[in-house]
Ligand binder design. Structure first.
Ligand code: PAF
Length: 278
């Protein structure tokens, strides 16, 4: 596996390669979910580039940024174990030579006003800034992202429209722990007991899916917010949305493709998850 920390060196290497390039952007603390994206990329493209960069401009909460897990040595081993071709590991100065204060603003529109757009102001703009910079550096033909970050996938799809890119975005299913907990780098910050407890989020998603024909969504939402919060969670939202547009739905509408999305904090760690329910 080649490791580059400078954009110029990465680009010099890539310019000598033929065929398609698959790109998996990450913030490190890699888990099976990330490795499944690498494997998917390897199966569909000629060369796979993974980036590890904890992007300061997408953290609306400085404490969250400071506490983001850093496991670079283990990450490199994991990437090598699945035969990743290239790791791009830039510094903040390499990605933001003019600093992180004044950043480009993207016309994300509606997607930036709901769910995590509403609860994490500036977050998706920061994601667009860094993904755009990374795409300019790597120039991939295919981009692989995980559906656990459902809204992020739609925002990146919007980014590709804004920048008129023909990069193919491939979204891959969420990988879960045996107890149902969605794999996430943030899980590392949970205690052992917390990881067990956190499986309640997936339980709630599955329960809403199975009860959709018996109850209205508002009743399920208030019941399950109460359920989570009486089990030490602090729930930000449980929402039902159109899976294509993320338009919020007041109640189940089988004529639409629907997704239920949750954001809830446990032990001070903000967890998100989602489930398509039809
Ligand atoms: O999903 C993530 O890990 C990050 O938001 C991403 C896409 C790597 C951008 O920093």
């Amino acid at each position: 596996m080649y490791i580059f920390t400078k954009i110029a060196d990465l680009q010099q290497f890539l310019s000598s390669q033929l065929g398609s390039i698959g790109f998996v952007p990450t913030m490190g603390a890699l888990h099976i979910g990330h490795l499944s994206l690498i494997e998917k990329s390897k199966s569909e493209t000629n060369l796979t580039v993974c980036s590890i960069f904890v992007n300061p401009t997408q953290f609306n909460d400085k404490k969250d940024f400071d506490k983001y897990p850093n496991t670079i040595e283990a990450d490199i081993e994991k990437l090598a174990s699945v035969d990743t071709d290239v790791l791009f590991l830039p510094s903040v100065d390499e990605m933001y030579p003019n600093g992180t204060e004044k950043i480009k603003q993207y016309e994300i529109g509606y997607l930036d006003t709901v769910l995590d757009g509403k609860f994490r102001p500036g977050h998706f703009n920061g994601v667009c800034v860094v993904v755009h910079k990374l795409l300019d550096a790597v120039k991939p033909t295919h981009l692989f992202m995980g559906e656990k970050d459902f809204q992020q996938c739609l925002v990146v799809k919007r980014l590709l429209e804004i920048i008129k890119s023909d990069i193919q975005l491939i979204t891959c299913p969420t990988r879960r722990e045996p107890n149902g907990l969605a794999m996430s780098s943030r899980n590392e910050r949970l205690s052992k007991g917390g990881r067990e407890k956190a499986s309640a989020i997936h339980y709630v998603l599955k329960s809403i899916k199975s009860e959709q024909t018996k109850s209205n969504f508002a009743d399920l939402e208030s019941r399950f917010v109460q359920y989570l919060d009486s089990n030490s969670f602090e729930t930000e939202y449980i929402l039902l949305a159109d899976a294509n547009t993320l338009e919020l739905l007041l109640d189940f509408d089988p004529a639409k493709k629907m997704v239920v999305l949750i954001a809830s904090k446990l032990e001070g760690v903000r967890l998100i998850d989602n489930l398509r329910i039809n």
